[in-house]
Ligand binder design. Structure first.
Ligand code: MRU
Length: 352
């Protein structure tokens, strides 16, 4: 399995995604501040992977804290959470993971006589449990979504919603993997995904690693590929899904969804339940991260645009629910009307 991130005795080890596919190198974050840095600089990226990284960052911060009493540890715990929460604003998994660690911490710190080593051990175990749960939920999503894909044909994906964006197996790419494992003959088309090139660099790398036929196309080729009948389905991941089914995902996803509808091609979103944000009513209020202009103006250290050109670099866009054929989660496949189907699943206890 691709080792996206790993808890070790020395810290959290990350496969450096800024260097793929040409170099397979690892970065060891030895403090929670370094974990935050690794998230901000996109050494690790992808909503579920960011969430579990932040949980491990919290565990690492507490492990290294010099505090000897709960009274001293609590403000430090909050500071660790603040630093990790300030890394990337769009993927709700980040905030979900921090909230889950905080809930565990608050319960532990309220227990009379609990020791700091006990708190440390339980928080480390919780972060590692989230890691295992993430892989399991990707596999469930795969099972739930595999039969939606064609038995034979082209499937377009945007960005990287694979093993590299999760703790393993992937969300959108997990659905593709599961379909292939079930015997489907799928040709994946990976949008290159300007400006960070997650599709060209990461999706192509990880699918070829698993011998899944993959063709990289420039983002502006998708319309023509659809018109020429090469694409039978689209499957993407998500960074946050609002209560009405609007989906925030990598910039460019919205365009792909509109094109899919125009060509009568199903557009699927695969995401774990931790990506669904029932507190956010519609996509209009999802915070969209603006990344540094240099990601657009330069590539490989080389300047592409003239000095003085205005630059915008929103990292995500919102695909309104009307374009989404189905949302594939580990808890089942949801269809429109999403306000109802999401609310119903939210009210159902997990595992029921
Ligand atoms: O900026 P990134 O690379 O973190 O963006 C990633 C995406 O947009 C993914 O599609 C999304 O996080 C889903 S990952 C399973």
């Amino acid at each position: 399995m691709i080792p996206t991130l790993t808890w070790t005795e020395k810290g959290v080890e990350f496969l450096d995604q800024t260097r793929l596919p040409l170099e397979e190198t690892y970065v060891l974050a030895t403090t929670y501040q370094e974990v935050a840095d690794v998230i901000t600089t996109m050494v690790v990226r992808g909503a579920p992977a960011i969430g579990v990284s932040a949980a491990m960052g919290v565990a690492l911060g507490v492990k290294q804290s010099p505090a000897t009493t709960v009274a001293d540890l609590t403000p430090e715990f909050e500071q660790i959470c603040r630093v990790l929460a300030a890394t990337r604003p769009t993927a709700v998994n980040l905030f979900w993971a921090i909230a889950r660690m905080r809930e565990v911490y608050q319960k532990l710190s309220a227990k009379p006589g609990i020791s700091i080593p006990e708190i440390r051990e339980i928080l480390i175990a919780e972060a590692n449990k989230m890691y295992e749960e993430d892989i399991a939920s990707c596999r469930e999503m795969g099972k739930n979504g595999a039969e939606l894909l064609p038995r034979s044909g082209g499937v377009l994906t945007h960005c990287n919603a694979g093993a590299l964006a999760t703790c393993g197996y992937g969300t959108a790419l997990g659905v593709i993997r599961a379909a292939v494992e079930a015997g489907a003959e799928i040709q994946v088309y990976a949008d290159e995904t300007r400006p960070f090139l997650q599709g060209a660099r990461l999706t192509a790398w990880e699918l070829l690693h698993d011998n899944i036929p993959t063709t990289v196309i420039c983002d502006n080729m998708a319309a023509s590929m659809m018109r020429r009948g090469k694409i039978q389905a689209v499957v993407v991941g998500a960074d946050r899904i609002a209560a009405n089914g609007d989906v925030a995902n990598k910039i460019g996803t919205y365009g792909v969804a509109v094109l899919a509808k125009e060509h009568g091609i199903p557009f699927y979103v695969a995401a774990p339940w931790s990506t669904i944000d029932m507190e956010t009513p519609t996509g209009d209020t999802i915070p969209i991260e603006e990344r540094p202009a240099v990601e657009v103006t330069h590539h490989g250290g080389k300047q592409l645009t003239p000095e003085g050109a205005g630059i915008e670099n929103p990292a995500f866009d919102v695909t309104t629910a009307q374009y989404v054929t189905a949302i594939i989660t580990e808890r089942g496949v949801l269809r429109a009307p999403y306000p109802e189907s999401l609310a119903e699943l939210a009210a159902t206890p997990a595992g029921a």
